[in-house]
Design a protein around this ligand. Sequence first.
Ligand SMILES: [Zn+2]
Length: 190
Amino acid sequence: MSDGPRLPAAGRCWFCSSGLGSVRSLAFPFWSNTADAMRVVVVPRCEACARYHRRREIQSTTTIVLCAAVPLVVASALPLSGMVGTLVTAAALLGGFAAGIAIVVRRTRSHPSRHGRRLAIAALDHPEYLALSADTGGWRQQRGPATTKISRANLRRETVAHYRQVFSADATALAALEQGCRDAGVPPPS
Ligand SMILES: [Zn+2]
């Protein structure tokens, strides 16, 4: 991200620095590799930023689907049959799909800061998230046996409210989530 990580005031949204963290704040659970403990990093997010991130997600999906569908429709309308027809149709689908992804990636990279909001992926620039995810010896981002391998769990961006459901039968995890909310100045989910 072009604007480096600057921590907003406690409880303020990480993405716009002005709204208040809501239950749609993002949560990243970490399990200790050295003790029977866990921590949840909570990145405060306001309702407006959550809506904005959701809208962009839908836009990206629509772009990719349209980019793949349009050449596919055109290719299947061409007077080709047999193997050639199949190959042209497959090439159109794959080419369109790749173009859609390229457009979404470029749009994300060139995302202007004039919107005054960071993208959802900027959660991974949060100092607390960076510190724990860099300490792969000490922490892992998944349940199960201790490991130092880099987890891809951070590609999922789930909310505090989501983890409240997931952890509902796990008192330790729930306590870690509530502690994370307190640390971040976000109202704990109920
Ligand atoms: Zn916000």
